[in-house]
Design a protein around this ligand. Sequence first.
Ligand code: F6R
Length: 611
Amino acid sequence: MCGIVAYIGKKDAFPIIINGLKRLEYRGYDSAGVALYNSGVNVYKCKGKVSDLEEHTLQSDTSGTLGIGHTRWATHGEPNDINAHPHSSQGGYFTLIHNGIIENYGVLRRRLEKRGYNFVSETDTEVLVNLIEYIYLKGQVSPEIAVRLALSKVVGAFGLAVLCKDDPDLLIGARRGSPLVIGVGNKEYFLASDATPIVEHTNSVIFMNDDDVAIIRRGELSLKTISNHPLEPKIQTIDLDIEEIEKGGFDHFMLKEIYEQPRSIKDTFRGRLSSDLQEIHLGGLYNVLPRLVEAKRIILIGCGTSWHAGLLGEYLIEDLARIPVEVEYASEFRYRNPVIYPDDVVIAISQSGETADTLAAIKLAKSQGALVLGICNVVGSSIPRETHAGVYTHAGPEIGVASTKAFTAQVTVLAMMAILLGKRKKTITNEHASQLISELSSVPEKIEKILLLNEKIEGIAERFKDSTNFLYLGRGYFFPVALEGALKLKEISYIHAEGYPAAEMKHGPIALIDDKMPVVVIAAKDSSYDKVVSNVQEVKARKGVVIAIVSEGDTTISGMSDYSIEIPGIHEAMEGLLAVVPLQLLAYHIALMRGCNVDQPRNLAKSVTVE
Ligand code: F6R
C-alpha cells in the first residue's frame, strides 16, 4: 500500500516524481503529495489522485532537483489533505514519506507530546518524523544518525524517504517490511516502492533488504544497516519494458491485462516445457525437487486471488501427484498456531511478492523448519527473497488492481508443478503427462478464441449491470473459478457476489434464488457435468436467471440457460484457465457500465503491505 518515489540528481525532480507516482498509483490513491528541496523544503499535498495534486500545484514553484513523493492508501487517519504525506516535523527540520505502519506510534506520540511536540495529523508517520527531529536536535547528531536511531526505536513496517532542511544534497531511504528499490542512474538516484517508476530512467537497481538504510548524496550512495554496519550495494539489471507498464491502446489496464493472457501464459511456460512436450523443467525448484517429491503434505498459502489460485493448485496437485494439500489464507495461518512439520512444503503464492500476511506466514513456516517455496510475479520482491526457492510467473507487471493475468500465470505454474510431481512420483504415466503438457501448451490459443467473445459478453453485461446480487456456482476445478469470478465482480463493480460449490446450493443459498438473482454457472464438460445439469435445473425451477459457461457445442446446459458463453474443449485439469476469462470480461464490462473506476476500485490497493 502507498507508493513512494524520490529523486536526487541534476534534473527537475517534480516531473520525474509525478510521473512515477502515476505509475505507482495502483498501490493507493486516496491522497498524494510531494516535497521539493528548493532553498528550503516545500510541501504540496492534497486529498485525491495524483492528477489532483498536479492541478493543486499548477500555480506553485515546483523547481528543485531533490524531492520525494507519495500516493497514499490510508491506514491511520481518514484520507484528507492533512493526513496526506509528506509530513514535516514540528521544527521543519525533516520531511518524510512513509509506506507501512508504525505499531508503537501511540507510545512514541505520548512521549513526544510530553516533550512539547504537537501533532496536526492522525498519522503514525508524523510521529516518526518528529521522533527523528527530536533525536537530531537533542543529540546534536547528523541527519543520518538521527534517522537510524529513530528507526531503531520503531516497531512495525516502513519503506520511507526523508529530506533534511539543513542538507540540500541529502536523501535518506530505509526499509523494513515495506519494499524500497534504489534506481542507479548517471550521477542521479531514484527511490521507489517498486521498479516501475524507475525503468524509464535506468535499468540498474538495488533491491533494499529489511533494515537497510540508503544515504544518498548527489552522485554518491552509501548503504548500511540501521545499526550502522556498512553494506556492499548489489546492483542488478532489470528487464522491464516500458510498454509493459503502459496501457498500449486499451482503455484500462485491466482490459489490457485480460487480453495479455495468451502471451503472459506463454511467457510463464516458455522454456519450461520441452519442445517435444514430454518434460517440464522448473529451474527454480531444481535443488529442492527431491524434498518436494517426498513431501508428506503441501500447504499452499496466499490471499485473495492468489488464494483462489492455490485452491486450483490443491485440486491439480492432489489429482495428479497424490500429495495431500491444504490451502490456507495467509492471514489465518499465521495467527492460528498451525501444526507445521519439517517434512511439510509450504508454497506461498503472491503476485506482488510483498503481501504482509503472506510474508509473515512464510517466516512462521520457516521458523518451524518447513521448506518454503514461492510462486511470485514481481522479480526481486520480498517473497522470492524470503523463500528457499521458487518459480516466477513471468506474467509481466500487473497494474490493474483486480488481478487477472497474474491468476492465470499462477495456475499455469501450479499445473506445471503438479505434472512434474506426478511424473516424478509416477502417479501419472508419461503418456498422461505428455497429454497434459500438450493441453497446457494449447491454452494461449484457446484463450485467444474466448477473447473474440468480448462483444457478446458486453451484451450480457448490459442486461445485468443493475443487478444487486450475483451467485457463481461451480464444481471440482470450477469451484475456485466460481470464487474468483465472484471476487472480480464485487471488487470492481461493488455488486454483492458469492461463489459456491454448485452442490452446496441446496444446503442454504438456494433460498436466495428468485427471478431477480443472476446465477453464473461454470458448466463446461468435465467429470461432474451431469451433476451440474441437475444444479442448473434446480436454479431454473426457482426462476433464477442462468448465465452458463459451457463447452463448445454444448446443447444441454445451453438449452436450459438464459445466456451461454462457449469455451473451447480442453482437459478438465486446464479448464479453469479458460473458464475464468469470460468471468473477468463480464466483471469488467459490468463495472464499466456502472461508472466504476475499473483499474482503481474504491478502498483497495494492489500491494497489501499492511497486516
Ligand atoms: C484481487 C486481488 C487481491 C490479491 C491479494 C493478494 O483481484 O488482486 O485479492 O490477489 O491482495 O495479493 P498478492 O497476490 O500480491 O499477494
